[in-house]
Design a protein around this ligand. Structure first.
Ligand code: TXA
Ligand code: MG
Length: 321
């Protein structure tokens, strides 16, 4: 059953559950987040399972302060100015991920960037300080439902599906954070939210809207198409060719040049946690294609297969001879 946590004792219990790979919902000034230790791939996979998300969107990593954020992403001058002015607060910055910093590749959905934010809610900050590391947290609702702004909303949607909710009272902003991409020259607004564009522009100058041009993504989730493995992907493989690498699920098919095991025991949570790492690891010279063994279309299998189908569809055009 889902524990309801309060106060300092609740924060301590929440940290204990997060360290053990559990799911803890907590209030922020925007909406309640569904948190997991961002460095634990299986814990992050459980977020998607609990939300019933049919695909993997990149998640925001919540940290206690800017110094902690810069351990996981590379800030530039604009990011540092924004952090000084808007953190803690409802601003999320997308920045280049520091390789090897330890955030699970599933949290960033395999992207080379990471979204970071320092929330302003004292309960959330207490939890993040006590943990000392990043917490991946989308809004704490089932996929397709409205974002929760109280612990009661969270329980109405997720009771029994998550380990605990830290009841930190109502959220005072009530809409999600503003998401700003700072990886290109001009900052790009990926999602309007709690920090107004006007206030942000006072600090960083003109911000371009993702909807300004026809080739810009209509929604941040569509940025996922920016990440596609360089190699073609062949789904539902029942055999492997010698020049193919194998993404295995359960006992591997014989004959592959290189094998990455998603889950030897056929566990979908483990497979989800290892998916993006696998696509990177297999992307080496000499391999012409990745053959993927079939995964069940149930639970997290839906999201894994969705991602693999996108990878299979996102092939570069054939060379013109
Ligand atoms: O207010 C909020 O931001 C809440 C609270 C819990 O902090 N969280 C939240 O998370 O709304 P979520 O996962 O529902 O939304 C994350 C947004 C999505 O639009 C996602 O596409 C975008 O941030 N995002 C995350 N990582 C990204 C990345 N690396 N590149 C581009 N967009 C990213
Ligand atoms: Mg949401």
């Amino acid at each position: 059953m889902t524990e309801i946590l309060h106060g300092a004792e609740g924060v301590a219990r929440g940290v204990e559950l997060l360290r053990a790979g559990g799911l803890v919902a907590f209030g922020t000034e925007t909406v309640y987040g569904l948190g997991a230790d961002a460095t634990n791939g299986e814990a992050v996979a459980r977020i998607f399972a609990a939300k019933g998300r049919p695909s993997f969107n990149p998640l925001i990593c919540h940290v206690a302060d800017a110094a902690t954020a810069w351990r996981y992403v590379e800030p530039n001058t604009l990011a540092q100015k924004l952090a000084a002015r808007f953190w803690p607060g409802p601003l999320t910055m997308v920045l280049p991920c520091r390789p090897g910093a330890g955030v699970s590749s599933l949290a960033a959905a395999g992207l080379p960037t990471l979204a970071v934010r320092v929330p302003a809610h004292p309960g959330a900050l207490a939890l993040l300080r006590a943990l000392g590391g990043p917490v991946a947290a989308p809004s704490a609702n089932r996929s397709g439902r409205v974002s929760p702004t109280s612990a009661a909303h969270v329980l109405a949607d997720l009771d029994g599906r998550i380990d605990a909710v830290l009841d930190s009272g109502p959220c005072w902003v009530g809409v999600e954070s503003t998401v700003l991409d700072l990886t290109t020259g001009t900052p790009v607004l990926l999602r309007p939210g709690g920090a107004s564009v006007e206030a942000l522009e006072e600090v960083v100058g003109p911000i371009s809207r993702a909807t300004d041009t026809s080739d810009a993504p209509a929604s941040p989730g569509m940025l996922l198409s920016h990440y596609a493995p360089a190699l073609p992907v062949r789904l539902n493989a029942t055999f492997v060719q010698p020049d193919e690498a194998l993404l295995a699920f359960g006992p591997p098919l014989p004959g592959a040049a290189l094998v990455f095991q998603l889950s030897a025991r056929g566990d979908l949570t483990e497979a989800a946690a290892r998916l993006f790492e696998g696509l990177h690891v297999l992307d080496v010279p000499g391999v012409v294609r990745v053959a993927v063994m079939p995964l069940p279309e149930t639970g997290l299998g839906l999201a894994i297969n969705d991602r693999l189908r996108r990878a299979a569809a996102a092939l570069p055009p054939p060379p013109v001879l």
